[in-house]
Design a binder for this molecule. Structure first.
Ligand SMILES: Nc1nc2c(c(=O)[nH]1)N[C@H]1C(S)=C(S)[C@@H](COP(=O)(O)O)O[C@H]1N2
Ligand SMILES: [Mo]
Length: 425
């Protein structure tokens, strides 16, 4: 097959189409396949962020290679620990080990990448690459006990995807402590069998951490002394691309180098402390999205108010406060948090807005239990970023949580004397 020219200009062309498809589409979920970068992505509309549970059909999808064609009857996960190796097929996981359900807000580390100026490479997500589902499966702690894992120590768990290519293995490592704490081998999503695009028959779910850590179609787990580095696995192909070369926060042109460990896994703590030169994207930074009004059509007040609804999350930390501005950031009001309150899943927020007719820009700004608040913008000035005044522009466009780009422009109609919209009749 002839390969089309994939020069820089051509790639930029395909990026623009991608941006149009993801950000400007109307009317439902759209799958975009970027052959140049081998990415398949699907993203929902803004209205998805007005509900707590994300239906499977509205949950974003992101992966690099094609969905592997897997026969679940034949599939097994091999697990290597201190006492040797064991394999688990899907029936073993379902029937011989405990089943749990975990609420988790999945978010792509590239969510907000399309808000970086200048533009970075790869999928140009706006705010769409996030969703909350119930994931059903076996606790990793149960699986790991079977191969002799008792405590975590400084060890890591390296996870390999069944979509690995001969030349490039899809491998990710998380601290073993996190794996034992709350991670699972999931075989169900929102009460349904795991769909192929979300990792059927079995995927890892790493609650509250960026999506890339939740390896789909998982085929191998290994307890290791270090996170995966190049040449660490006895397999052909490159091993560390997804851990060491990508998904790290660094300025343009930096060579991130390889680390075997980090003193602290929290993404923002790595950045703030300056101890990790090029932070790894593990837990999610605090952020929020308004889901309603969605800006698609004018809204009419009821009894003078319009309800502003949205979601806010902060990875494995809790959201403690959300503020809403209905005048483009001039003034702010504290919203109420309501609805389900699970570790590692987003909270709903609402604010009753005294909405006057005309055009308004709505913003939301979340704060987490560590007192971290979303910054307004993304900036190339890393000093400002370290002071918490902006999110650091980084070459991979990862982990962005600026609130201004997530804002929504809304037109409010006049309400008539009966408390009904003038144009609703
Ligand atoms: N094996 C494998 N797992 C993977 C990926 C992949 O390309 N291969 N993509 C990761 C990325 S980048 C994200 S954001 C999440 C997305 O999960 P979802 O498609 O179920 O939303 O899967 C992660 N797990
Ligand atoms: Mo991702």
């Amino acid at each position: 097959m002839d390969e089309p020219d994939r020069g820089p200009e051509r790639r930029h062309g395909s990026r623009s189409e991608e941006i149009a498809a993801i950000v400007e589409r109307k009317g439902g979920v759209v799958e975009v396949r970027d052959e140049a970068d081998r990415y398949t992505v699907v993203g929902p509309e803004r209205g998805t962020f007005a509900d707590w549970l994300t239906p499977i059909g509205e949950h974003y999808v992101c992966h690099r290679n094609l969905v592997p064609d897997i026969d679940a009857e034949e599939w097994s996960v091999s697990v290597a620990g201190p006492d040797g190796e064991a394999t688990f097929d899907v029936a073993d996981l379902r029937e011989s080990l405990p089943t749990v359900a975990v609420a988790h807000t999945m978010e792509c580390a590239g969510n907000g990448r399309g808000q970086h100026v200048p533009e970075t490479g790869s999928v140009q997500w706006g705010f769409e690459a996030a969703g909350t589902a119930f994931w059903t499966g076996t606790p990793l702690s149960s699986v790991l006990r079977e191969v002799g894992v008792e405590g975590a120590g400084d060890r890591w768990l390296t996870m390999i995807g069944g979509d690995s290519l001969e030349e490039e293995v899809f491998a990710r490592s998380v601290p073993l402590g996190k794996a034992l704490d709350d991670c699972l081998l999931a075989f169900g999503m929102n009460g349904q069998p795991l769909p192929p695009e979300h990792g059927y028959p079995v995927r890892v779910v790493v609650p509250g951490w960026y999506g890339v850590n939740s390896v789909k179609w998982v085929e191998e787990l290994r307890v290791t002394d270090a996170m995966v580095t190049e040449g660490a696995l006895d397999r052909p192909g490159s091993h560390a691309h997804w851990q060491q070369d990508t998904y790290r926060i660094h300025p343009e042109g930096a060579d991130p180098g390889e680390n075997e460990s980090v003193p602290e896994a929290d993404t923002w703590a790595q950045f703030e402390s300056g101890d990790v030169e090029h932070p790894y994207t593990f837990d999610q930074t605090v952020t929020s999205v308004i889901g309603s009004p969605d800006g698609e059509a004018p809204v009419a007040p009821r009894g003078g108010t319009v309800e502003v609804l949205g979601v806010a999350w902060a990875g494995d930390d809790a959201v403690t406060r959300v503020d809403v501005s209905t005048d483009d950031g001039e003034t702010w009001a504290e919203a109420s948090l309501f609805g389900p309150d699970y570790d590692c899943a987003w909270r709903l927020f609402r604010h009753a807005w005294d909405a006057a007719p005309g055009g308004h820009t709505l913003l939301s700004r979340a704060t987490d239990e560590r007192g971290r608040t979303q910054p307004a913008t993304i900036s190339q000035d890393w000093e400002r970023a370290r002071a918490g005044e902006a999110f650091p522009w980084n070459e991979g466009g990862y982990a962005a949580n600026a609130y201004r780009p997530n804002g929504v422009r809304v037109t409010v109609e006049r309400e008539d004397g009966d408390g009904r919209s003038a144009e609703a009749d």
